[in-house]
Design a protein around this ligand. Structure first.
Ligand SMILES: *Cc1c(COP(=O)(O)O)cnc(C)c1O
Length: 430
């Protein structure tokens, strides 16, 4: 028995599924999760001392690679002064100023402790500001696990939400409407059916939780226009794309301006941080200025702020990081695409910048329905092959591959070689 197997056996007795977040369980790929002991740069090391090139990057935060020395030092320094005060601190002001000064569509911002909280709070602010209740989201987009956002299943447009999870009363999701990603007509239809009652449209500007699905030309701007026509707010959930596609996230990358934006992952550099921000008139609805209540004992925690702000400053001061990361991603993912195509593999490689997914399907993937045509058994097989060869991928067909600034050309070449040998063995044309 490996140490990971032994730890897993202990874990499942005391933690549901042995994990503190479901996708870590490796359930859909039929493997025992590797228990990770430490990480540095592009590499992670499990409890058995095995080394992997990591493409999860803690699901996004590690854009500079694991355990970055400057971030680690900033955390150590912050720890020396105390872990939490529950009082206002200078570094929170610095963080807020830094983001607002560098991101044109963020006038004010509030720190929270996770992406889930950020979305939940942004929706409350949007409802408080507009005085309306209905929210439009997209099938396949994930916005954390707050009650009203746990709606997405079911193809086609639904006019009232049916919860995806046990324990979520229908009353919590009855104001959540589900549209089809990349289908502006589905949004228009919901807007019209709701006759002026839509508070906000929330979208992952690049969907990355049904696997990576890119917004088609005009989709995001179309949402902006529909929101303006129907006096609804546009919320970009940039928990993955924020500070990744560009410093100003997908909004900066695609030049479409949301009213509110949510952050998580990169903003905390590995510490539990989320944030929501945007237009001043909306953010002034939030307590204690306004009537939208939202609070947090550990929000803006000084140690977490130190980590996040250090990472954001490195990213802002070195724009070449984005140029290099996006250019490397473009070449790397195109090479994967070519290798799979040459082998006749029934796969689609959706990619943008440092994000990608390989879908095991012949259909072009542009929404939740097409994503679900993927052969998850084939994915599991591929995943295991890569894991056994030292490549740690997200253990689900419907997650992204995260490239970091720490991945080297040699490492990426190794991945290409493995994808090649896998494709030749599994897909080669007769
Ligand atoms: C990860 C994620 C969330 C939830 O963030 P947590 O920190 O896990 O609560 C919300 N939205 C998107 C787009 C995400 O990728």
């Amino acid at each position: 028995m490996t140490k990971s197997e032994a730890l897993y056996a202990r874990a499942v007795k005391r933690i549901p599924g042995g994990v503190n977040s479901p996708v870590r369980a490796f359930g859909s790929v039929g493997e025992v999760p590797r228990f990770i002991e430490r990480a540095a740069g592009s590499r992670i090391y499990d409890a058995d001392g095995r080394e992997y090139i990591d493409f999860i990057g803690s699901w996004g935060p590690m854009i500079l690679g694991h355990n970055h020395p400057a971030i680690r030092e900033s955390v150590k320094k912050a720890c020396e002064k105390g872990l939490s005060f529950g009082c206002a601190t200078e570094i929170e002001v610095e963080m807020a100023e830094f983001i607002c000064e560098n991101i044109p569509h963020v006038d004010m911002i509030r720190m929270v402790n996770s992406g889930t909280e950020a979305v939940m709070s942004a929706i409350r602010a949007a409802r408080g500001f507009t005085g309306k209740n209905k929210i439009i989201k997209f099938a396949g987009c994930y916005h954390g696990h707050s009650d009203s956002m746990l709606v997405s299943a079911g193809s086609g447009v639904m006019t009232s939400g049916v919860p995806d999870s046990a324990g979520v009363p229908a009353g919590c999701t009855s104001d959540t409407m589900t549209a089809v990603y990349n289908d502006l007509e589905s949004v228009r239809a919901l807007m019209e059916a709701a006759s002026g009652e839509v508070a906000a449209v929330i979208v992952e500007p690049v969907a990355a939780n049904m696997g990576v699905v890119l917004p088609e030309e005009g989709f995001l701007q179309g949402l902006r226009d529909l929101c303006d026509t129907h006096q609804a707010l546009l919320i970009f959930d940039e928990v993955i794309t924020g500070f990744r596609l560009s410093f100003a996230g997908a909004a900066g990358y695609f030049h479409v301006t949301p009213d509110l934006v949510t952050y998580g992952k990169i903003i905390g550099a590995g510490m539990p941080v989320g944030a929501y921000g945007g237009r001043e008139d909306i953010m002034k609805m939030v307590a204690p200025v306004g009537k939208v209540y939202q609070a947090g004992t550990l929000s803006g925690n000084p140690v977490a702020m130190a980590a996040g702000l250090t990472q954001l400053k490195i990213l802002r001061e070195n724009p070449s990081i984005y140029e290099r990361l996006n250019a490397t991603g473009e070449i790397f993912y195109r090479n994967i695409e070519k290798i799979l195509a040459d082998a006749g593999a029934p796969c689609q490689v959706n990619h943008i910048g440092s994000l990608a997914s390989i879908f095991f399907t012949r259909e072009r993937v542009r929404d939740y329905t097409s994503a679900k045509t993927s052969d998850t058994k084939a994915f599991a097989d591929y995943f295991k092959y890569m894991l056994n060869h030292g490549i740690h991928l997200a253990p689900s067909q419907f997650e992204a591959m995260f490239l970091s600034a720490a991945h080297t050309k040699d490492e990426l070449d190794k991945v290409l070689e493995l994808v090649g040998s896998y494709a030749v063995n599994n897909f080669s044309r007769e």
